[in-house]
Design a protein around this ligand. Structure first.
Ligand code: NAI
Length: 252
């Protein structure tokens, strides 16, 4: 197989959590272009309806799933078998100073960003282990490596640091059983999650841009292309890697 051929996913089945919008939607596009059948998993029916229109006629299916519902996650993993590629992308951001975060908000962020990554990995990973074939790609964040500024979000940062270590830990456990586990750690990407700053808060946006060597935010396709690479056989020697794609933010 040639180098470009290794990026192909013909005959494989992929699932993308939070796949109806933002970075997840771009991941769906990339996996489809590589020839996979893709299942979009999202909790938002409105977002699923939009995605259905956008992806009309493509080899894609849609399921409503709240990744924090562990019973539903287990049932979904059973129903969708076999899945060869899982992209744990669903995530939420909250900006609250540490001294003001409520227990409810803390658990909300941890349930989506951290706990769901583990329970989805376990539910879908079991099938991969049985078939000795699979690739899991987690969407972490540069905020899992460093503390971004000026926004205050200790829960978000901590959840992403833990995602990176779940990635390494499961990679170590499953490396000998045919399952690779990697993560992409994006910098600031132009998605609805960042609209709080990019649309309305020029001061925050300027701080982000002046702290980024490339001087710009990223686009969703710039993350999706890395997800495709990690999902595919082109990354066959990679497991436990956290791939930063941040316009250089963490260099400074
Ligand atoms: P987004 O808010 O644009 O899209 C998130 C998608 O996930 C939406 O379709 C939403 O309906 C879905 N979702 C949210 N909660 C869910 C749940 N409980 N169950 C199922 N689906 C759910 O967010 P964005 O920016 O595309 O983020 C995607 C991932 O990338 C997240 O994990 C985020 O933390 C991470 N990330 C984003 C960065 C950015 O600058 N946008 C930077 C670094 C990481």
């Amino acid at each position: 197989m040639g180098y470009l051929g290794k990026l192909r996913l013909d005959g494989r089945r992929a699932a993308v959590t939070g796949g109806a919008g933002g970075i997840g939607a771009a991941c769906v596009d990339a996996l489809l272009e590589a020839g996979a059948h893709v299942v979009v998993l999202d909790h938002s029916l409105a977002a699923i309806e939009k995605a259905k229109e956008r992806l009309l006629g493509q080899d894609v299916s849609f399921e409503q799933l709240d990744v924090t519902d562990t019973v539903a996650v287990k049932a979904m993993a059973g129903r969708l078998r076999p899945i060869d590629v899982l992209v744990n992308n669903a995530g939420i951001g909250r900006q609250t100073p540490g001294e003001d975060i409520s227990e409810t908000e803390w658990h909300e962020v941890m349930d989506v960003n951290l706990n769901a990554v583990f329970w989805c990995s376990q539910a879908f990973g079991r099938g991969m282990i049985e078939r000795r074939r699979g690739s899991i790609v987690n969407i972490g964040s540069m905020s899992g490596e460093i503390v971004t500024r000026p926004q205050k979000n200790v829960h978000y940062n901590a959840s992403k640091a833990a995602v990176h270590h779940i990635t390494r830990s499961l990679a170590a456990e499953w490396a000998g059983r045919g399952v690779r586990v990697n993560a992409v750690a994006p910098g600031f990407i132009e998605t609805p999650m960042n609209s709080f700053a990019l649309r309305s808060d020029i001061e925050t946006t300027n701080i982000w841009l002046s702290n980024t060597p490339m001087g710009r935010v990223g686009q969703t396709d710039e993350i999706a292309s890395i997800v495709l690479f990690l999902a595919s056989d082109a990354a066959s020697l990679m497991t436990g890697s956290i791939v930063l794609a941040d316009g250089g933010y963490t260099v400074w």
